[in-house]
Design a protein around this ligand. Structure first.
Ligand code: BGC
Length: 390
């Protein structure tokens, strides 16, 4: 009661005289008016260091006793990265992330919840079973569309469904990918069509050079992606594709890590720059926009993988080039951090339901927790091996 009286008194005073009490300005969020994105969004907007990864990194830094490593860790909190919306429940992470996005920033989100997700592996199998395409549309995509529409003054960059269409191109022999295929195609087209909003730029995931970069995969890969885009009504807010998401390939490396292996001659895309060139051309031929964003979050150290396809918690890795639109390649809008470094790719616990043998290989860091959960030791390793150093 006392508090309420005080508040009334303060209000009365303020309304009678010049305002005596000023409320501290809140940190700016969004722009003053609705955002319309055209061209390369990263040319004018910086990838936002989202509050979720900032909190993970801040907690990680607090757990480090070495003063100089702790100081380096805290710098990672200022690096922009994408926020993964990997379950329906995690849509709830978007609203808090929107609270402190300045007008010159762009919030990155990964759309990642297709029915039968991760059909060629086990570590990231999703919550929606094959066939639940209506749930994907109404309980996952539609609420995200609604949230984005409710924040027209904020800019969004979306990576659409990592690994999904590439899996249909190269893993069509697997029963799991066969049964996921129609849901992936319908779901991706639905996402592209409905997320085509003025304040959004989309990149459809295209795997990496060691995946769709093989000579025999370039055209089928580009056609698979292009048909999803066309089935969505050729949405204008799609700029092109994302590559190397959660991956390990170098931007430029000559010869490429696997270039001199016996089958190296069947793949001209031996680093991501060459992938941009060859897959970019295939996309153009298939009639689809072909600008790239390339994940450089964890590609600082090369020569670690036993085989090109090894994807799980690669041991010895380091944080790579920080997000920038200064790529030196007209085909690449930006280097970005899509995979939040420190979050696991999959568990090394052989008894877990989502245990994938790739996470037990000799080049995989162990022990490792479930995909998406924090691995403190791995984070510290990325930090020590970062190039450029923090
Ligand atoms: C996991 C997701 C996680 C993402 C980012 C994926 O491998 O399946 O749950 O959000 O990585 O760490």
């Amino acid at each position: 009661m006392k508090y309420i009286l005080g508040a009334v008194a303060a209000f009365a005073t303020a309304s009678l005289a010049a305002p005596a009490l000023e409320v501290a300005p809140r940190q700016a969020s969004g722009c003053a008016s609705p955002v319309t994105l055209t061209g390369n969004p990263f040319a004018s907007k910086t990838l936002h260091p989202n509050n979720f990864y900032r909190a993970e990194v801040t907690a990680a830094a607090a757990a480090i006793s070495d003063a100089s490593l702790k100081a380096s860790a805290l710098k990672v909190a200022n690096v922009g990265s994408f926020l993964w919306i990997d379950t329906i429940a995690n849509i709830a992470r978007i609203e808090p992330a929107l609270k402190d996005v300045p007008c010159n920033n762009i919030l990155g989100l990964v759309i990642y919840d297709l029915p039968g997700r991760d059909c060629a592996a086990k570590a990231s199998n999703g919550e929606l079973p094959v066939g639940s395409i209506n749930r994907y549309k109404t309980e996952y995509i539609d609420p995200i569309v609604k949230l984005i529409k409710a924040h027209p003054n904020t800019a969004f960059a979306l990576v659409i469904e990592p690994d999904s269409l590439p899996n249909l191109v190269t893993n069509a022999n697997l029963a799991t990918c066969q049964s996921s295929a129609s849901g992936y195609r319908e779901g991706v087209a639905y996402a592209l069509k409905n997320l085509n909003l003025p304040n959004v730029i989309m990149y459809l995931d295209a795997g990496h050079g060691g995946w769709l970069g093989w000579d025999a995969n370039l055209t089928p890969g580009a056609q698979e992606l292009a048909s999803a885009w066309k089935n969505a009504g050729s949405p204008a807010q799609l700029r092109g594709v994302s590559s190397n998401v959660a991956g390990w390939n170098a931007w430029i490396k000559t010869p490429g890590e696997f270039e001199n292996t016996p089958d190296g001659k069947y793949n001209k895309a031996q680093d991501e720059k060459r992938y941009v060139q060859y897959f970019g051309a295939a996309l153009a031929a298939a009639g689809m926009p072909n600008k790239f964003i390339v994940d450089t979050g964890r590609n600082a150290v090369q020569g670690l993988r036993l085989e090109w396809g090894d994807w799980c918690n690669v041991n010895g890795a380091g944080f790579g080039v920080r997000p920038t639109s200064n790529t030196g390649d007209a085909g690449v809008d930006a280097f970005v951090w899509v995979k939040p470094g420190g979050e696991s790719d999959g568990t090394s616990d052989t008894s877990a339901v989502r245990y994938d043998s790739f996470c037990g290989k000799n080049d995989a860091y162990k022990p490792a927790p479930e995909a998406g959960t924090w691995n403190q030791a791995y984070f510290e390793m990325l930090l020590r091996n970062a190039k450029p150093a923090f």
